[in-house]
Design a protein. Structure first.
Lengths: 191, 457
């Protein structure tokens, strides 16, 4: 897995609450058997109208906003456990998602796919939205080892699970750790 | 002692506690289906890892399958590929698969319990959020992502932090026409769609004690809709009676000795929960949702509340509803009775009981989709089939069907559907479709009248 350490980027604002996994990627696009190209259908029904035309009002179709940080409203990723939602976000090119609240399974799926979910206060989230709308080239520097975001010289700390942080920084997978414990697991089952 | 039921099962499945990190957590049963498993098998292949213990895995096909002509080849190429891929992965790895045509096939959360595979005290996972359903048996059951499916295939374990514990008590006697679906929709409307995030919920109190296993499954199924990882109900005589004689349940003496172990599976009297809520059964009435998340629910004849938040206003706009309006009388062209929430025999009995000697309204397209082959057979054996046909309802073959619009059963754009499923998200039942969630009887009543109806009138 690739590693995440420091990300310095502009951000894409999507100030909608309760964005569920069916919005992130509608179920009809889950028929693939590989992890590739899900980004094409990220937020599909918001990005394109039913006749396949780009919906100009949607933020991903607006060239003013870009970057590999996605900023979203509260309770992001609620709904299904489909990891396709995380694959779509990563494949589209986002490495960080910032919200004031994440759904549990989405958060785990994001971390397992090298996406860093950062939870901030409602107030800070609103400030971030305002900053981007005022100046779309506003940069955000995210420093994972030091667990902070730098916005206009101001440093704001964020929380991340210690173990998951180590995985992201070093590009480790849970599966490698679990396989290294096979004998321990077998013993546990047999006792 | 002061452990919760959840603590007891969790702690007995911890293989290792990593310092400052998660637990290595053992999984007893792993259900898989066609949509969330192919990439996991690929990962194992790429890493040259063998499946740890194929006997702990049960596979079925449900999300993608058509609900008509299941004996024919699946028409949609991508769906067919996914189903074929699962078949191949199961053969290669010696995993039991209940494929189309197998008498045990059905929605994964319907077949596990009805076959007796799901048992008290177990830890159960599946790449599907509604795995929470199995918690009705006093098991720790929750949905996982595909990376985690690969981890369980490879090691029978997951790396997890222990969630916090919540208890939700509902006390008293339920009102007329109030079903388990209404109880859980009511709870979600009170707690909100993220009220349970970070928690595992135990449901307690006499309402759940008196509830059938089918009803308990409906309740636990929707735990995820308030953000909880899962729901759990302590096993009792209702549970043991349901399990006795099921295909995969322990037999005779072994069953008896299991029951004596299962009897210890309950929260100690002074067990401590991180959060606790108590509701009064009297306050619960048949429920309907009016928005685009399951938390936007009201008593069937209440008016849609005022909203000021832009996301909620957008939800109302999508649904074409206004604050202050009542849902009673809204014209309904589509009725879907099915999904892992409400596709068990008890659900169809209640529908048949309501519609017998009545006919659906002409404008209505009413779909009955049993959760499994076994449920379908029960419907036929009990003569419900004839009632549905005489009333103009269409009976389909088992699968997820119009719950998620991944297969051929979709609700057309703009159409309003009353559905017994668990999610009313934008476009969930097909692009542009609008969903009202309800109990099976409310849905049946809407089918007969062609509009949302006051069943208590
Ligand atoms: S019936 Fe619906 S909610 Fe249940 S498993 Fe199938 S798609 Fe998921």
């Amino acid at each position: 897995m690739s590693k995440i350490r420091i990300i310095n980027s502009t951000a894409v604002p999507l100030p909608i609450e309760n964005i569920d996994t069916d919005q992130i990627i509608p179920a009809r696009f889950l028929k693939a058997t590989s992890k590739l190209n899900f980004g094409e259908n990220l937020f599909r029904d918001w990005r394109f109208s039913s006749n396949g035309k780009k919906n100009k009002d949607f933020v991903l179709n607006n060239n003013i906003f870009s970057g590999n940080i996605l900023i979203v409203g509260s309770n992001f990723g609620c709904g299904s456990s489909r990891e396709h939602a995380a694959w779509a976000i990563k494949d589209y090119g986002f490495d960080v998602v910032i919200s004031s609240f994440f759904a549990d399974i989405f958060k785990m799926n994001a971390l397992n796919n090298n996406i860093l979910p950062i939870q901030v206060s409602e107030k800070l989230l609103n400030n971030i939205f305002n900053l981007i709308y005022k100046n779309p080239s506003q940069k955000f520097k995210i420093d994972l080892p030091n667990q902070n975001i730098k916005i206009n010289e101001k440093l704001i700390d964020f929380d991340v699970d210690n173990y998951k942080k180590m995985c992201l920084i070093n590009g480790y997978d849970d599966i490698d750790y679990l396989i290294s414990k096979k004998d321990l697991i077998k013993n546990f089952i047999n006792n | 002692m002061s452990n919760t039921l959840f603590d007891k099962i969790w702690d007995s499945h911890v293989v290792e506690r990593i310092d400052n990190g998660p637990n290595v957590f053992l999984i007893d049963k792993h259900f898989i289906h066609e949509v969330t498993s192919p990439q996991a098998f690929d990962e194992l292949k790429r890493k040259k890892i063998k499946v740890f213990d194929p006997k702990k895995i049960v596979a079925t096909v449900d999300h993608n399958v058509p609900t008509l002509n299941q004996h024919l080849e699946i028409k949609d190429e991508l769906s067919r590929n996914q189903v074929e891929k699962l078949k191949l992965n199961c053969i290669e790895n010696n995993i039991e698969l209940y494929d189309l045509g197998n008498p045990n096939q059905g929605i994964v959360h319907v077949i596990g319990p009805e076959l007796g595979i799901t048992q008290p005290g177990m830890t159960i996972v599946c790449g599907d959020s509604h795995t929470s359903t199995h918690g009705a048996f006093g098991a720790i059951a929750f949905g996982i992502g595909t990376s985690q499916v690969a981890q369980v295939l490879a090691s029978q374990c997951l790396l997890l932090n222990k969630p916090k514990k919540m208890r939700i008590n509902v006390k008293g006697v339920l009102n007329k026409n109030v079903t388990p679906k209404d109880v859980i929709l009511y709870i979600i409307s009170k707690l909100g769609t993220n009220g349970g995030t970070g928690f595992f919920v135990e449901y307690a109190g006499d309402v759940f004690e008196k509830m059938s296993m089918e009803g308990r499954m409906t309740v636990c199924n929707m735990s995820i809709e308030m953000g909880a990882r899962g729901g759990i109900i302590a096993p009792d005589d209702v549970t043991y009676k349901y399990l006795e004689g099921k295909d995969f349940s322990p037999k005779e003496d072994e069953f008896k000795s299991k029951v004596s172990i299962w009897k210890k599976l309950k929260s100690d009297e002074n067990a401590i929960f991180d959060s606790e809520f108590t509701f009064n059964a009297n306050d619960i009435f048949p429920m309907l949702t009016y928005g685009t998340n399951p938390g936007m629910g009201i008593k069937y004849n209440d008016r849609i509340p005022k909203h000021s938040n832009s996301s909620d206003l957008n939800a109302l706009k999508y649904m074409g509803f206004k604050s202050g309006e009542s849902l009673i009388g809204k014209k309904i062209n589509y009725v879907f009775i099915g999904s892992c929430t409400n596709s068990r025999i008890e659900d169809f009995r209640s529908v048949a009981n309501y519609i017998v000697n009545k006919r659906k309204a002409n404008n209505v397209n009413a779909l009955i989709v049993p959760g499994s082959q076994n449920v379908l057979n029960q419907i036929i054996d009990e003569g419900l089939h004839d009632i549905f046909e005489q009333s103009g309802f269409k009976i389909r073959q088992p699968g997820c069907s119009a719950c998620l619009g991944m297969n051929e059963d979709k609700i057309p754009p703009g159409e309003l559907c009353i559905s017994t499923s668990n999610r009313n998200f934008e476009g969930r039942q097909g692009p542009g479709s609008r969903t009202i969630l309800s109990s099976p009887i409310m849905a049946a009543a809407a089918a007969i009248h062609g509009k949302i109806t006051d069943i208590n009138e």
